[in-house]
Design a protein around this ligand. Structure first.
Ligand code: NAD
Length: 293
């Protein structure tokens, strides 16, 4: 790495907290090195308190772009100059591009496009489909909005009655107002409605994080009748690689049970493209990041 850093090297930052566990610095730096791009990617421990100064720093230092994660994804909105249409609808940003290095900061959200690309890579098209989703929190919102923008016919969100319910309602309203997709929200406690919706859907997306620690022994689907060979099951969780839901789906015949690794990889690849204009060498990055575990 030191061999390729110079006075001309362009910096990409990641601002979030906690952030030291993130795979993003490795993902991007390996990709820069592989393509011989004169960029470096560094993580900075930044919370809401430091955010405004950090954004000033991006402008002052000519940092070329930044990824943004919790707790800054929404708090950064008023500090930016422009938002992509998807970021505007989602109301959150995970990627900031310093246009031409001149301090004009444009916010994007690549979680949704990353999830759609992950499905596409598995041969799954969302266009004109009926999708049932659980989870209308951060990840769920980004996926729901992008799915609607990409031509999903019907999107049926199920959420428990917790603080995310109101957020899910806002998402449904935005989708119905701004896209051709018909979106609905139902309390997940209505299990009959959930079951019926899955039976009418070609794709089920779990955007809740259930299946990840400390909920690793939970799945929101436990009835084998809800699984069919032609039901695509997509879980945003990638640690563990196989959640209880995905194991259950495979055991009961689902042909496509997809974990969140692809979403993670492609949200990074989409950000990489925005930062550099180049395609991330995803097969290489997949091997570097995931095959060693
Ligand atoms: P969040 O807190 O914003 O939303 C969580 C959602 O899950 C809410 O809708 C909440 O109502 C629901 N929920 C929580 N506990 C539940 C339960 N016991 N039963 C049913 N629903 C429940 O969180 P988030 O930021 O949206 O993250 C959700 C998951 O997505 C996390 O596991 C995160 O790691 C994962 N994620 C993955 C990627 C990726 O690239 N693969 C990207 C972002 C987030």
């Amino acid at each position: 790495m030191t061999e390729r850093l110079s006075g001309h090297t362009l910096l990409i930052s990641l601002i979030a907290t906690p952030i030291r566990h993130s795979l993003s610095p490795k993902m991007h730096n390996e990709a820069f090195a592989k393509l011989g791009l004169d960029y470096a990617y560094l993580a900075f421990e930044v919370g809401n308190q430091e955010l405004a100064d950090a954004v000033k720093g991006i402008r002052a230092l000519g940092i070329r772009g930044s990824n943004v994660s919790m707790p800054n994804k929404q708090a950064i909105l008023p500090l930016l100059d422009e938002l992509s249409p998807a970021a505007q609808l989602v109301g959150a940003v995970n990627t900031v591009v310093n246009q031409d290095g001149k301090g004009h900061l444009v916010g994007h959200i690549t979680d949704g496009t990353g999830a759609m690309r992950a499905l596409k890579e598995e041969g799954v098209s969302v266009k004109d489909q009926i999708i049932t989703m659980t989870g209308g929190g951060g990840a769920g919102t980004a996926i729901a909005i992008q799915a609607a923008l990409d031509g999903v016919k019907e999107l049926r969100i199920f959420n428990i009655k917790d603080p995310s319910y109101a957020n899910a309602q806002e998402t449904v309203d935005k989708i119905n107002q701004h896209t051709d997709c018909l979106a609905t929200l139902t309390d997940l406690a209505d299990q009959e409605a959930f079951k019926k919706s899955i039976a009418e859907s070609s794709i089920y997306i779990d955007g809740t994080g259930v299946g990840m620690k400390p909920l690793e022994n939970l799945s929101l689907i436990n009835d084998p009748e809800m699984i069919r060979p032609d039901l695509v099951v997509f879980d945003v969780v990638y640690s563990p690689r196989e959640t209880k839901l995905l194991k259950f789906a495979k055991e009961h015949g689902a042909k496509k049970a997809i974990n969140g690794l692809g979403m993670m990889l492609y949200q990074g690849a989409e950000a990489f493209k925005l930062f550099t204009g180049e395609e991330m060498p995803v097969d290489y990055i997949k091997a570097v990041l995931f095959d060693e575990e």
